[in-house]
Write a protein that binds this ligand. Structure first.
Ligand SMILES: [Zn+2]
Length: 371
């Protein structure tokens, strides 16, 4: 990985500008790869609207909102979504949506909590593909009214995907993203020992859903594969004390993104190597305003390169991962190929297993306007 886009976390009563500054302070002098920021808008969106133009001018052009998590105080209503979308789009930013219909989810969650709060599979059953599709559909309708662009993060299901593709067919400029967990893992993980570790939102789905997402990658309907990286530890995962709705949501994903996509996509002939490069590098760089500095091998582009040796193999274990999580959702999975080296702006930062980036030189990337 040579570039990451992290999300800001907006505290209660915190301005967006302050949330950006807080995040940047964590990265400055510590980030070994180049980095940009997506700005989460979760607290009292109406009074943050005035901040958007200035942030976009400063190169923070992508924003994320949630159509769910009402109880956690993070949800935007559709009316708030409408206001944010029009403001972001008219200034040349891009709005990203975590698409799940909250009313639908609250109703089903209540139902399953009274049935059996301890069974992690109810996390999946309470957050349905229908809830995902319905939010995508609703958001696309609003985007259509303003002729605005819209980015749907971490699509998990066939239904959600279809809603996105239909919107695109209607002429709406909608970008679609999925993540490796929705491609190579399915809801059977919730039946495993410690199945609650795999609680992530949206949840893992059926194998049919996985296959439909692979097909959409191959056809070019999905633009980006992101990670939604959330490296919760076992201790954090256990803090939900058996309640599926209280377990921290999320899976670690940065380190395994390329290996999983290569192994289960390219080596298994689901997608080509060129398609992999497009969804991991070229498309996200273009969509998030850092192309052609990133996402291209060209004169004047950064010499960010990953050299992968397809003739080797290894097995993913928590022990050979480097992130904060002390477990891996992909434990025991075989990887075809192995990292030879990672090069950032012409300098080798990883060679084989050796980390060579003693000097921190990751830079903040300021994005250009979306249009
Ligand atoms: Zn999300």
């Amino acid at each position: 990985m040579t570039t990451v886009f992290d999300f800001t976390v907006q505290g209660k009563d915190q301005t967006l500008k302050d949330s950006v500054e807080t995040r940047l302070q964590k990265a400055r002098g510590k980030c070994h790869v180049d980095y940009g920021l997506h700005v989460n808008i979760t607290d009292e969106p109406e009074i943050r609207l005035w901040e958007l133009p200035e942030l976009i001018d400063e190169g923070f052009t992508s924003f994320k909102v949630f159509s769910t998590y009402r109880e956690a105080g993070m949800m935007v209503t559709w009316e708030q979504f409408r206001q944010i979308l029009s403001r972001v789009d008219e200034r040349g930013g891009l709005l990203m949506l975590h698409a799940e219909d909250n009313d639908e989810i609250e109703a089903t969650t209540r139902e399953f909590l009274s049935a059996n709060p301890a069974a992690p599979i109810f996390h999946a059953l309470s957050r349905t593909p229908f809830a995902e599709a319905s939010a995508v559909f609703h958001a696309a309708e609003i985007a259509n009214q303003f002729d605005a662009s819209l980015y749907i993060v971490h699509l998990s299901s066939y239904d959600g995907l279809e809603a996105g593709v239909e919107a695109r067919d209607l002429g709406i400029n909608i970008y679609l993203e999925t993540c490796p967990q929705y491609l190579v893992l399915n809801e059977e993980c919730y039946q495993r020992e410690n199945g609650h570790y795999w609680i992530t939102t949206p949840p893992l789905r059926t194998q049919d859903d996985c296959e439909s997402l692979w097909d959409a990658l191959a056809s070019g309907e999905i633009d980006v594969v992101g990670t939604d990286h959330c490296p919760f530890t076992i201790e954090q995962k256990n803090s939900g004390e058996g309640f599926f709705n209280r377990t921290p949501n999320g899976l670690p994903g940065v380190e395994t993104l390329f290996p999983l996509l290569y192994t289960y996509g390219v080596a298994e002939d689901r997608i080509t190597l060129e398609q992999l490069v497009r969804v991991l590098a070229k498309n996200p760089a273009k969509i998030f305003g850092i192309y052609p500095r990133k996402g291209a091998i060209e004169i004047d582009s950064d010499a960010d390169l990953v050299i992968w040796d397809p003739n080797q193999s290894y097995t993913i274990t928590a022990d050979n991962m480097h992130g904060r999580a002390d477990w891996s959702p992909y434990e025991g999975m075989e990887i075809k190929g192995k990292l030879d080296r990672t090069i950032l702006r012409g300098q080798v930062i990883v060679e084989g297993k050796k980390f060579l980036g003693e000097k921190v030189f990751g830079e903040l990337l300021r994005a250009s306007r979306h249009k």
